[in-house]
Every structure is written in structure tokens, then in C-alpha cells.
Design a protein around this ligand. Structure first.
Ligand code: BG6
Length: 466
């Protein structure tokens, strides 16, 4: 097996809204997460409702010291989390930040650094302030760029000595599939392509602006984009399927193309023309987009198939897609494809030759806690170990292929509330959290079998993988 390079960033990932809870403490404002009790696939409520598990989540806001200590015990080199925009700017369009929110992340990042863990910070992880969603319809309004700029300047200045690794938007390409991820309250079926792509443009400009400002304030920092990574395979070798696959693939690659090349790729000319899209650009936009990222990060859970004829779609992480007859799926219907990760790493590296960072990967499953012979509560999650092992073996293969991989953070390294369906029974963690679907539980943390497995993988720098 190929060796992972020295300094490979092993770790885990979460997002503020899925783990912190404390949704209205210390001056925090409401975000779109506080009114989506069933996740992105469910309805929006007027006010936060008690059935919304994210309001308390796993209470990391109050328990982060215990959690980071456990991450350190596993040997994490990096911990990815997001800053909740609404802790810093409760409504989103204020000029002055909320000091208490800033202090919370000061302490959280200091706690990571105490153990030699680098924070990897997502600036916006599906956490648009609710006020910006209601008053401006989220990223469909260009004024969001200015509010986001104020927010990033504030956090870059505040955390420049603590945080080296930054991601501008979580899964920025998801806005094209699920506009709510960009705080857009208009249902997708009522949005024109023009409106969707204009919102995408606002996010792309904001992302490039953050990269420019970040480099000015923190010359040593590494700033990356983050996309939902999903290889697209043709369902058959029919030329029509190949062309359709190319088009679906480009709808995603468009986002990395702009972030890495600093301009819209040539194929967008036809795409925009045929869909009557005319992106409204301000004179400075082309220059701003030239601020390209230092690395590309992505989530990886599954691959999909594409066809010119078959229209029926399977279940998926926001995008859906045609199931691959050669693959098995998780309990949630997400198709498991470790080799797809090697393939995607190669595709992206061939195209850009930029360092890559896998910032999400993992298996959402129902875990059954048991009491072991020593009386400890645990979970025998061999299925998770198998899944992660098989994916990491393919990362090693990609490194052998010549791909530059900076690191790997598993999704939900401690159990969190899921994003698409806001469930707690869909668990990803090495650490079991005692909180049930009805909200009951002690919130105590317990090590699963995978905890020690990952600890050994990190300690051996991947040598224990099979
Ligand atoms: C990614 C998101 O899409 O997938 C995460 O960035 C999310 O926020 C993860 O949690 C897994 O999805 P889910 O719906 O199983 O939580």
C-alpha cells in the first residue's frame, strides 16, 4: 500500500448547525436550519419548533472540551467545523459583530490548538441567517456578497493567528440542486434557470472575494473551495448516454472550473444560450473571479449513473441520480463506491493539478449500543470500519497514481443531526451520543469500536489499512 505523506491531515468533520445546539444562546440569531425541522427535504416552519433536533443537536456548544479531548485521543491532526454565521452576525446584515459569538470560536479553536489539532473552518455551511433568507431571498440577492464580505473580514481578522485552513462555502454546487442551501426560500420549481444561475454567480463572486481578502489578511493561510463530489458514470456505452454524462458532470465541474481557473469555462456559453441565461455581471466581477483557490476540497459519499433515456432517479445526497446496478447501497439508499473516490481524485487532479482535500466521507447507519464485558457502552460498528477502510485504501491508490492529497476528514466524527433529513438515528460517528429521535437521552458520549480502529489508522499513518 502507498504511504500517506508525512503531515497528512487526518481528522474529522462536523458543521455548527448539526452539532452545537444552543440555537438562541449568547446573542445567536436564527438561521435557516432553525426552521427546517425535517432537514432540507422537509418543510420550512414559521418559528423554531420543538421537534427540530438541531436546536439542541448534540450540545457541542457546551461540551466541546470533552469532544475535542476525544478527537485528540484518536490522534486528529485536523478538525473541520463551521462558524455559525448567526453567532457572529445574528441577522446577517448588521455592521457590528456579536462579541460573545466571536469569543466562543476563540475558545473552541484555542482548545483544538492546545492538542496540536489544526482547525479547518467552513465559513458558510448551509447556515444562511434566516433574516437574509426572508428579507433578501438569500443568495438570489447580490447584496448578500457585501454582508458575507463583512462577515469574512471579521472572522479572518479575529482568527488569523489560530486558523490556517478555510473553506468558503460548503458544497457550493448544491445551490443548483437545492436552492434552500443558499437561503433561497422560493421553491425550486418556481425559480427560473436565470434566477438560479444568478444566485450561483453571487456565491462564486463572494467565494473569490473571500479568497482575495483572506490572502491579504493571512498571507500564510490556505483557502479552498468545497464541492459536493460525485462521479457520474454513463449507464451504458451508448453515445447519447456519454454526452448526457458529460453534461451532468459539467454542471458540477463548472464550480471547480471557476474557482481554479478564475473564469467561466467555455462550455457555459452554450449552456447559458440554450437556457436563456444572461448572468448580470458588475464591472469588477471578472477581476474578482481571478482570485483562485489554493486547494480543492470535496465531500464524497457516492457515484451516480446518467442516461439520455432513463429518467427514474434513486435516493441521493441532494442530487439523486440513476442507481448503478453493480453497487450496493446504504440503509438510506446511498450507493457505496470506494473506487469512485480514487476515480474522482484522479479526474480532479488531472484537470487542475491542485492539492485535493477529502473533507467529508462516511457511512450513515443505524447504530445499536450494547454493554461490553467490562460494562462500557459501545457500538460494534464493523460496517463503518469496513466502509472507511475501503475508501481509504482507494485514497492510497490515488496517491500512488500521483494525486496530491492534503488530508481526509470523515463526516460526523461524532454523531450529529443529519443534514438532508434532520435525523439522529442516521449516525456517522466514532463517538456515540446518547440522544434519540424523540430528543430524549443523556447526551453522554461513548466510544464505538471504530474509535480505536481510526486511532490506529492515524497512528500508523495508514499502514494498518487492509
Ligand atoms: C453533506 C453535508 O451533504 O452530507 C453535510 O455537507 C451532511 O452537512 C452530509 O451532513 C451527510 O448528509 P446527511 O443528510 O446524511 O447528514
Amino acid at each position: 500500500m502507498a504511504k500517506f505523506n508525512e503531515g497528512f491531515l487526518w481528522g474529522g468533520a462536523v458543521a455548527a448547525n448539526q452539532c452545537e445546539g444552543a440555537y438562541n444562546e449568547d446573542g445567536k440569531g436564527l438561521s435557516i436550519q432553525d426552521v427546517t425541522p425535517k432537514g432540507f427535504l422537509g418543510p420550512i416552519t414559521e418559528e423554531p419548533t420543538p421537534d427540530n433536533l438541531k436546536l439542541v443537536a448534540i450540545d457541542m456548544y457546551h461540551r466541546y472540551k470533552e469532544d475535542i479531548k476525544l478527537f485528540a485521543e484518536m490522534g486528529f491532526k485536523v478538525f473541520r467545523t463551521s462558524i455559525a454565521w448567526t453567532r457572529i452576525f445574528p441577522k446577517g446584515d448588521e455592521e457590528q459583530p456579536n462579541e460573545k459569538g466571536l469569543q466562543f470560536y476563540d475558545e473552541l479553536f484555542a482548545e483544538c490548538l492546545k492538542y496540536g489539532i489544526e482547525p479547518l473552518v467552513t465559513i458558510s455551511h448551509y447556515e444562511t441567517p434566516l433574516h437574509l433568507a426572508k428579507e433578501y431571498n438569500g443568495w438570489s440577492d447580490r447584496r448578500l456578497i457585501g454582508f458575507y464580505e463583512n462577515y469574512v473580514r471579521t472572522i479572518f481578522n479575529r482568527y488569523k493567528d489560530k486558523v490556517k485552513y478555510w473553506l468558503t462555502f460548503n458544497e457550493i454546487n448544491s445551490i443548483a440542486h437545492l436552492p434552500l442551501t443558499g437561503g433561497i426560500l422560493t421553491p425550486k420549481e418556481k425559480l427560473s434557470k436565470q434566477e438560479l444561475f444568478q444566485a450561483m454567480h453571487h456565491e462564486l463572486v463572494a467565494s473569490a472575494l473571500a479568497t482575495r481578502i483572506g490572502h491579504e489578511i493571512m498571507p500564510e493561510a490556505k483557502i479552498g473551495c468545497m464541492v459536493l463530489g460525485m462521479p457520474v458514470y454513463p449507464l451504458s456505452p451508448k453515445p447519447e448516454d456519454i454526452i448526457k454524462t458529460m453534461e451532468t458532470d459539467r454542471a458540477n465541474l463548472l464550480f471547480t472550473d471557476v474557482h481554479v481557473r478564475g473564469k467561466y469555462p467555455s462550455y457555459t456559453k452554450r449552456l447559458f444560450k440554450e437556457n436563456n441565461i444572461v448572468i448580470k455581471m458588475e464591472p469588477e466581477d471578472e477581476e474578482i473571479l481571478k482570485n483562485t483557490v489554493d486547494f480543492i476540497s470535496f465531500s464524497y459519499y457516492m457515484s451516480i449513473c446518467e442516461s439520455a433515456e432513463v429518467t427514474e432517479r434513486g435516493k441521493g445526497n441532494i442530487m439523486g441520480g440513476i442507481p448503478n446496478p453493480y453497487l450496493e447501497a446504504s440503509e438510506w439508499g446511498w450507493q457505496i463506491d470506494p473506487k469512485g473516490l480514487r476515480y474522482l481524485l484522479n479526474v480532479l487532479y488531472d484537470r487542475y493539478e491542485k492539492p485535493l482535500f477529502i473533507v467529508e466521507n462516511g457511512l450513515g447507519a443505524v447504530d445499536e449500543p450494547i454493554t461490553d464485558s467490562e460494562g462500557n457502552i459501545t457500538v460494534e460498528d464493523d460496517y463503518r470500519i469496513q466502509y472507511l477502510n475501503d475508501h481509504l485504501v482507494q485514497v492510497a491508490e490515488a496517491i500512488e497514481d500521483g494525486v496530491e492529497v492534503m488530508g481526509y476528514t470523515t463526516w460526523g466524527c461524532i454523531d450529529v443531526v443529519s443534514a438532508s433529513t434532520a435525523e439522529l438515528k442516521k449516525r456517522y460517528g466514532f463517538i456515540y451520543v446518547d440522544r434519540k429521535e424523540d430528543g430524549s437521552g443523556t447526551l453522554n458520549r461513548y466510544k464505538k469500536k471504530s474509535f480505536n480502529w481510526y486511532k490506529e489508522v492515524i497512528a500508523s499513518n495508514g499502514a494498518t489499512l487492509k
